[in-house]
Design a protein around this ligand. Structure first.
Ligand code: HEC
Length: 120
């Protein structure tokens, strides 16, 4: 019995490996729409906290029905790091669950996350 791997051409193996690799490195903090606001760096304190307070805290303030506590930057940060906030608000747009967020607000969150989500 011969090893079947020998009959698979190298380019096929290379494409397979590259596909697998890019699948694993898919990052919801960098994929998706580019920032469309130029010339200004948004900060949590000045620009983002108000949006989060208005659209997220009815469910994400520690008491449910949404998980976690977004009342502070520190409470939000782990979910920014995971890429879940950008995934749900900017890419999938299924948060806030009850809708009502403008595209301009999603754009602000997108640019803020892409610039490294500065607090001040
Ligand atoms: C009406 C209630 C509601 C509102 C408002 C809401 N969420 Fe959620 N959210 C949920 C529920 C319930 C879940 C858990 C089920 C799920 O993942 O869809 C959830 C899950 C999430 C998750 C996934 C949790 C994780 O860490 O993987 C993220 C991220 C998230 N919400 C972000 C937000 C952001 C940001 C806002 C405001 C822009 C928001 N949500 C507004 C109800 C809500």
């Amino acid at each position: 019995m011969s090893l079947t791997i020998k009959s698979i051409p190298i380019p096929v193996i290379a494409i397979f490996v590259i596909t697998l690799w890019s699948g694993c490195t898919k990052d919801s903090n960098t994929d998706g729409p580019e920032c469309n606001i130029s010339g200004i760096t948004l900060t949590y304190t000045a620009n983002i906290k108000g949006i989060i307070d208005r659209h997220c805290l009815s469910c994400h303030s520690g008491a449910g029905p949404g998980p976690d506590d977004y009342r502070t930057y520190e409470g939000l940060k782990p979910h920014l790091d995971e890429g879940h906030v950008r995934l749900r608000v900017v890419i999938n747009k299924d948060m806030p669950q009850n809708g009502g967020m403008t595209q301009a607000e999603r754009d602000s969150i997108n640019c803020w996350i892409l610039s490294g989500y500065p607090k001040q």
